[in-house]
Ligand binder design. Structure first.
Ligand code: HEM
Length: 404
């Protein structure tokens, strides 16, 4: 980390491998810090809990992708040029303000309410059991490949109605699109994804089924409320958000437990703690490091920092979740912790629509894994593990575990 013209550069290895150390230093400096993000974008990073929560609820911070796109080039150190189909893929609720946001979100909210999701529990349990059966005759597996990825990917694909054979390609494109890959690589992956989603929706139109994609198509055709671009973009967002994050809830949660044997023993003794434990995994090692980009529609003051108009503001969700002013001894994993209000799912109008589903999946997956493998442990020292180089997502590159 180096200070240059008052800018703190977050590009280095340390930010990816040891973010909590970096965040602790930045929080000491103040609640808001000017930074250069790993993709070379200048932004204002909100590091403390109170200011982060206020910022996420502030309507003067916009997410409208039509305005964000040109601003990117102004704040990027090396302009990258447009991403193929970038604007269309970005035309979803997470990149929009009211009233568009309200209209888009309403279409899917019902499917993801706690009540709507509770009915999925038996199916999620069956998927978990099936994956664990497949692992059972091996001594060692990469838990991400064998379990943490296929579980949420299968769940969200079944909900939406995406064929099983297509899931691996989608995973590959996703990896590129959210990585700091070069412009050409991202272009190729985004174009492939666009082609795939267009085709998938054409198939659904020809053969309607009892799934969320068909429901979205019908909603758009009945009320003319979703354009074709919005429909494709919504599918992209749900598929992406529906698996990429939950993989890391499961992976990071298991790692947190294996690195804290007292907490693992506690959970094994009292499995009813699983729901609180999952909330603590989300706080302690959350899958989303930074909220997605927002920009100031007018000058705003956060803490005692004045931020001019047309600047990027990025909210450090993991930093807020490790703020000692909100969570005493934040670097300690404590599955009986009672302080509510972690922000791993964000806050305000963009609060994660999939939170009940993600929590259900996390609870079922980790409980089933612990019950099936009483001797589960890391296959190599924790210091051998590496974190993916993404400034948005916090997830391991692999998680080798021994099952016996
Ligand atoms: C939004 C985290 C799982 C769908 C968000 C946001 C966060 C988040 C932090 C807000 C981002 C921002 O304001 O910049 C997570 C985590 C998950 C998870 C940590 C897993 C542990 C899911 C799942 C779905 C989903 C399973 C499935 C449908 C969405 C959608 C939004 C969103 C559609 C946009 C909501 C809006 O703009 O109104 N998520 N998510 N997420 N998430 Fe999740």
């Amino acid at each position: 980390m180096s200070v240059q013209d008052d800018l703190v550069r977050l590009r280095d290895e340390r930010f990816f491998q040891h973010p909590y150390e970096v965040f602790a230093e930045l929080r000491e400096d103040g609640p808001v810090r000017r930074v250069v993000l790993p993709q070379g974008v200048r932004a204002w990073l909100v590091t403390r809990y109170a200011e982060a929560r206020a910022a996420l609820a502030d309507p003067r911070l916009s997410k409208d992708y039509r305005v964000v796109a040109p601003l990117f080039d102004r704040h990027r150190e090396q302009p990258r040029g447009p991403v193929e189909r970038g604007a269309e893929l970005a035309a979803h609720m997470l990149n929009s303000d009211p009233p568009d946001h309200t209209r888009l979100r309403k279409l899917v909210t019902k499917a993801f309410t706690v009540r709507g999701i509770t009915g999925l529990r038996p199916r999620v349990e069956a998927i978990a059991a099936d994956l664990l059966d497949k692992m059972a005759d091996q001594d060692e597996v990469d838990l991400l490949d064998a379990f943490a990825f296929p579980l949420p990917m299968t769940v969200i694909s079944e909900l939406l109605g995406v064929p099983a054979d297509d899931r691996e390609s989608f995973r590959e494109w996703t990896k590129v699109v959210i990585s700091p890959a070069s412009g050409e690589e991202i272009n190729a992956a985004a174009a492939a994804m666009w082609g795939y989603l267009t085709n998938l929706l054409a198939i659904k139109r020809a053969a309607p089924a009892d799934d969320l994609l068909t429901a979205l198509i019908q909603a758009s055709e009945d009320g003319d409320r979703l354009s074709e671009t919005e429909l494709i973009s919504m599918t992209f967002l749900l598929l992406l958000a529906g698996h990429e994050t939950t993989v890391n809830l499961i992976g990071n949660g298991v790692l947190s437990l294996l690195g804290n044997p007292d907490q693992l023993a506690l959970l094994r003794t009292d499995p009813t703690l699983i729901s609180d434990a999952v909330d603590e995994f989300l706080r302690y090692e959350g899958p989303v490091t930074l909220a997605t980009m927002r920009f100031t529609k007018e000058p705003i003051t956060l803490g005692d920092t004045e931020i001019p108009k047309d600047e990027f503001v990025v909210i450090g969700l993991s930093s807020a979740n490790h703020d000692p002013a909100q969570f005493p001894s934040p670097e300690r994993l404590d599955i009986t912790r009672k302080q509510p209000g972690h922000m791993a799912f964000g806050h305000g109008i963009h609060y994660c629509v999939g939170a009940p589903l993600a929590k259900l999946e996390g609870e079922v997956a980790i409980a089933a894994l612990l019950a099936r493998f009483p001797n589960l442990r890391l296959a190599a020292p924790q210091s051998n593990l590496t974190w993916r180089e993404s400034n948005l997502m916090r997830g391991l590159t692999s998680l080798p575990v021994r099952l016996r």
